[in-house]
Design a protein around this ligand. Structure first.
Ligand code: 26W
Length: 837
């Protein structure tokens, strides 16, 4: 294995496309690219032989060797990127997020470095496929769902758009739990994703910082008569940086995702050790390290856990100290220009404690005056809201802050007092307004409203889709919008076309590039040229072939994971996302039951055979979501076991839905279900991944669905359901039983559900579901939208039965997806929020 093949010349890379600027980091020439192939080959051989020194080279060892070799190829560009950004004085953006749902790295890194082909060749020598090695990689599941995956897509786009952006997050020892299904129920298992090490990370101990907790505050006056605050007798935890490289697509830039790990400040607390209290000392170490042990698996209800607040402060403080250290290194102690060269983006309120923390660092540590410090803070903080659900809005009890972060609480009070002066000026004498807008919520358990804190300090507040931003400014944040209209803006979400088309769907990528070239990979708007091909017979045939092969791959995944046979000839109807009542997986299941009843009653005329796939995790404490999973599994069990249904209908619940699974799911989907109650889904991003891959959407007027519909047109979208104002209006007088009585289909479904047909062995378990549907205070209004959904699904069936029509619609969807590239979204952040180039 000493002789490794040399590829002669490598195709020269295209310059980064279109409206993007030339990358600052010089594009590689063909020659240096060939060199990087040679050096990848050499590095791989060396890693395998010496560094990993396995006796027999198994697939895990080979994956590790390959990943380490790929990382090695990134190191020079990584260093150069940093150097050039410094030299050029490029504005820096810190993207603060408690979640980065990265998934796997290998395939995506190779794609962005344009080394995939070279890598395949190299592996031929070792008689192993790239796919086999890719399968060895654990998903980095450091996120719950949409918000965390958005952060990951954004990092890819920032690097590709040549922006100087650092992601700051937490290196959770345990990521999102693994989901097993046992007797139809969700069972959570810990995800020890770091067990075999993480080849992508680099530990950077020289950037350790200390984060303080607990203790108390004290003031003193210095010799010049200036009052200072001391935060003393604190318990300190060390934050250790682990850096992960983020390569841009084909431009040589490598940005950084910096993840913090908590460690005890000293290996042993010497005082305690000397007193002979060895075990106490070691226990203290454990306590410190607990902070970054586990990701909170909640994506909607704020449950006020103390450890979660510790994580938030830990991330915020470590990241800000890191930023200030770098600033001082370059500019000394003059911070006046800090906002010109720095922006800090808060990914929801989770890192909003960064607001008082930056004040503390500037005032207490760097000794700025309050006003000067506030000027800096309020000119570099920007806040993105990702949810309207009231139960998801973070409020931290004052009591908890007083104990854990006493100095931070003082600062929050001061910020609030000064800001309420402004409110009082604007609405003189309006005490109710003051109470309503105060950062501190009064009551039995006074609490800090983190969203208000974020808004007060930020120069930009944005929602993530047009409807969402509109609902924020007219609803939740109405008063703030009145006070500071200029702060508010919309940035509709997007997803990276590298992972979500070029990487995950190589067949469609090849087909598209055969006609359009590959410029679309960095300029997704170019896909609109596909419209002209939507009636081209050859192109349509190839389009169908690609979909068919992708459906086979998806069917295989379903077979392996669910032991359910999906036939690629049938319509693949998919809903994958976190399980939540507002996302209405239950409505989907009701429709499946209805189809089943049609089959049982012999009413199959015009029916389209279909395979329905549902997947997603429920928060471990969310009983109703877990019950919905159980229902999906029980209904699947009955349908799949019934030979009468077999030609017409299959249902599968995919366990452990994650980023990697989506990479197989979205290319193989015909119909994407985006059926949330209007006004509840902030944006959605899965909807965009499906659209890009040529799935048609069955959707409500919610989140970014509205903008997708706008782009693709009503003829290519299956719209149903109440819109947001109608939902609000109906809420006042909602009588679900009337909808049930009026719909033969829904009455039938409810009867079968109540009859216990799906829970013969487990009487009454689904009673809470029935009660929720029949309740006049059902916030999700399933019954109201059922008929509309059923009729839309009839249209779906009709359209699918005309393959040419369906194919044309599918092409139009991909063609119209350009606006939902996260490159577009990030260009918006760059131009309208960060003002960086
Ligand atoms: C406090 C617990 C908690 C944790 C996470 C509350 C809320 C969250 C997130 C904000 C939930 C989330 O992921 N929201 C999703 O964000 C996506 C990216 O903007 C949107 O596309 C989804 O519509 C939104 O649900």
């Amino acid at each position: 294995m000493t002789d490794t093949p040399k590829t002669p010349t490598r195709r020269a890379k295209k310059p980064a496309a279109g409206r993007q600027k030339k990358p600052a980091v010089a594009a590689e020439t063909a020659q240096t690219a060939a060199m990087s192939h040679d050096s990848l080959t050499a590095a791989f051989a060396r890693q395998l032989r010496y560094d990993l020194c396995w006796d027999d080279q198994n697939e895990e060892a080979m994956f590790d060797a390959l990943a380490l070799s790929v990382k090695e190829q990134l190191l020079d560009n990584w260093r150069n990127t940093r150097k050039q950004d410094l030299q050029q004085g490029k504005k820096h953006v810190a993207y603060l997020s408690l979640e980065f749902l990265m998934g796997r790295t290998l395939g995506n890194a190779l794609l962005n470095m344009q080394l995939t082909q070279e890598c395949r060749q190299l592996l031929q020598e070792y008689a192993v496929s790239l796919e086999t090695l890719e399968q060895q990689e654990h998903d980095a599941g450091l996120g719950n769902g949409g918000l965390g995956r958005l952060a990951a897509c954004f990092l890819d786009s920032c690097a590709t758009l040549d922006l100087n952006v650092t992601g700051y997050g937490i290196r959770y020892e345990y990521g999102m739990f693994l989901q097993k299904i046992v007797d139809g129920y969700q069972v959570e298992q810990p995800d020890r994703w770091l067990r075999d090490g993480n080849p992508w990370e680099v530990r950077v101990p020289q950037h350790n910082v200390t984060v303080q907790f607990f203790g108390h505050t004290q003031s003193y006056v210095d010799s010049k008569g200036r009052r200072h605050m001391l935060w003393c007798d604190t318990q300190d935890v060390m934050a250790v940086a682990y850096d992960v490289p983020i390569p841009g697509y084909g431009n040589g830039r490598v940005n950084t995702l910096r993840l913090w790990k908590a460690e005890a400040t000293n290996e042993f607390d010497l005082a305690e050790f000397n007193q002979g209290d060895y075990t106490e000392a070691v226990a203290a170490k454990n306590q410190a390290e607990q902070i970054t042990m586990v990701l909170y698996p909640n994506d909607s209800s704020e449950n006020g856990k103390e450890l979660r607040l510790r994580q938030q402060y830990f991330l915020s403080s470590a990241s800000l100290q890191d930023l200030l250290r770098q600033w001082v290194q370059q500019h000394g102690m003059d911070f006046s220009e800090f906002p010109r060269y720095n922006a800090i983006q808060l990914n929801d309120t989770h890192p909003a404690i960064a607001v008082p923390e930056l004040m503390r660092l500037l005032v207490d540590v760097y000794e700025l005056e309050w006003d000067a410090a506030w000027h800096i803070v309020s000119n570099c903080m920007a806040y993105t809201n990702h949810t309207l659900l009231p139960e998801a809005l973070e409020r931290w009890p004052v009591r908890m802050l007083a104990h854990m972060l006493p100095r931070i609480l003082d600062i929050i009070y001061e910020i609030n007092a000064r800001y309420l002066d402004e409110v009082a000026h604007r609405w003189p004498g309006d005490v109710a307004k003051l109470r309503q807008m105060s950062i501190i919520e009064e009551g039995d358990e006074p609490a800090v409203r983190m969203a208000y804190l974020a808004i007060v300090a930020s120069y930009s507040v944005n929602g993530v889709a047009a409807l969402h931003t509109q609902l924020l400014t007219t609803g939740l944040f109405r008063d703030f919008h009145e006070l500071w209209p200029a702060k508010f803006n919309n940035r509709t979400n997007g997803v990276t076309p590298r992972r979500w088309l070029a990487y995950c769907n190589p067949r469609l990528t090849a087909l598209i590039s055969s006609r359009l070239g590959d410029g679309w990979i960095t300029e997704l708007g170019r896909l609109s040229a596909l419209n002209a091909l939507s009636t081209d017979a050859d192109f349509c045939r190839e389009w169908r072939q690609v979909k068919q092969l992708n459906k086979q791959a998806l069917a295989q995944l379903v077979q392996e994971r669910c032991h359910v046979e999906f036939s690629p000839e049938m319509l693949f109807d998919v809903q994958v996302k976190r399980i939540h009542e507002y996302k209405r997986q239950l409505l989907n299941i009701l429709h499946v039951i209805h189809l089943y009843q049609r089959i049982l009653s012999g009413d199959t005329h015009g029916m389209q055979p279909r395979c329905v796939l549902i997947g997603g995790k429920a928060a471990p404490g969310y009983a109703m979501a877990k019950l919905i999973i159980k229902l999906a599994n029980n209904v699947a069990h009955m349908i799949n076991g019934d030979s009468r249904a077999k030609p017409w209908l299959r249902l599968a619940f995919l366990p452990d839905y994650n980023v990697s699974a989506m990479e197989t799911i979205c290319p193989g989907t015909d119909l994407s279900e985006q059926i949330s109650t209007a006004g509840k889904e902030a944006s959605g991003t899965g909807n965009m991944k499906f659209m890009m891959n040529g799935a048609l959407t069955l959707g409500t007027l919610d989140g970014a669905n509205i903008e997708m519909l706008e782009e693709v047109g009503e003829d290519n979208f299956f719209l149903f359901g109440l819109n947001a104002p109608a939902v609000d209006e109906l809420r006042m007088h909602y009588r679900p039983w009337e909808y049930i009585a009026a719909s033969e289909a829904l009455s039938g479904v409810m009867s079968l559900l109540k009859s216990g047909y799906f829970n013969l062995q487990e009487p009454d378990i689904f009673a809470p579901i029935v009660a929720a549907i029949e309740s006049p205070s059902d916030p999700w209004m399933l019954a109201a939208d059922f008929e509309s959904l059923r009729l839309a699904q009839l249209e779906v069936a009709k359209a699918y039965q005309d393959p040419q029509r369906w194919t044309t619609m599918s092409i139009h969807n991909t063609a119209a997806s350009g606006r939902f590239s996260s490159d577009e979204t990030i260009a918006g952040y760059r131009d309208h929020i960060w003002h960086c180039r």
